[in-house]
Design a protein. Structure first.
Length: 216
């Protein structure tokens, strides 16, 4: 005779946790912001699915998929660190980060890496050691910090590397940078987890060079 999983209160509680939205309590005012929450007159760099607020020392890179030539991520070099961001479509009332976080940990474990669950300014996050192919350095690993925030109908993922993992001042600057991002979900219906389309800025003064880098 089969087991009625719906009658298991512990499973119900786990399901509710995995579907809950994750993010800082002040997200709607301190960011990351939805387009409807952002100050429209601020001089953002428009990248389609996200808008980036320029600041001194910030360099922006667009990561392009080779076959399709579509922009799949935005890389931000700042404060001796890198912050990669990707916006995804999400359900209106439930979140994605709890489930995606578990999947990231599983993928890293399959690669021979390790992850540690911690709680930071954005809520639950992962600190990961990932095997890195380095000439003459067998067993080399790279460190990365995975953060995520569920917003209204979107989910924003960030991956941090560099000084921000070991220097508190750099970490604070990169966290503020992540907070300043505006997500533009748009009104087009999209399945949850689909990447919200990213685009090269229209302004000629913000044209990328051959490496995809932009000075902002």
């Amino acid at each position: 005779m089969g087991v009625d999983e719906s009658a298991d209160p512990s499973k119900d509680g786990q399901d509710e946790l995995e579907q809950a939205k994750s993010g800082p309590a002040d997200r709607s005012t301190a960011g990351p912001l939805d387009e409807a929450e952002a100050n429209a007159v601020r001089p953002y760099v428009d990248l389609g699915g996200v808008k980036i607020l320029p600041r001194d020392g910030l360099q922006l890179r667009l990561e392009v998929e080779e076959n399709s030539q579509r922009v799949v991520a935005v890389g931000l070099d700042y404060a001796g660190s890198t912050l990669q961001v990707q916006p995804f479509a999400a359900p209106r009332t439930t979140g994605l980060w709890h489930e995606i976080r578990h999947q990231i940990a599983e993928q890293i474990a399959k690669q021979g890496g390790t992850t540690k669950l911690t709680v930071g300014p954005f809520g639950p996050e992962l600190l990961a050691e990932i095997p890195a192919a380095a000439p003459g350095q067998p067993g080399a690993k790279r460190l990365a910090r995975f953060i995520g925030v569920d917003g209204p109908r979107w989910f924003l993922r960030g991956v941090i590397a560099g000084d921000a993992l070991v220097k508190p001042d750099s970490a604070a600057l990169v966290e503020d940078l992540f907070r300043s991002i505006v997500v533009v979900r748009g009104s087009t219906p999209m399945p949850p987890r689909d990447l919200i389309p990213l685009a090269i800025p229209q302004s000629s003064s913000n044209s990328p060079d051959a490496s995809g880098a932009l000075e902002v």
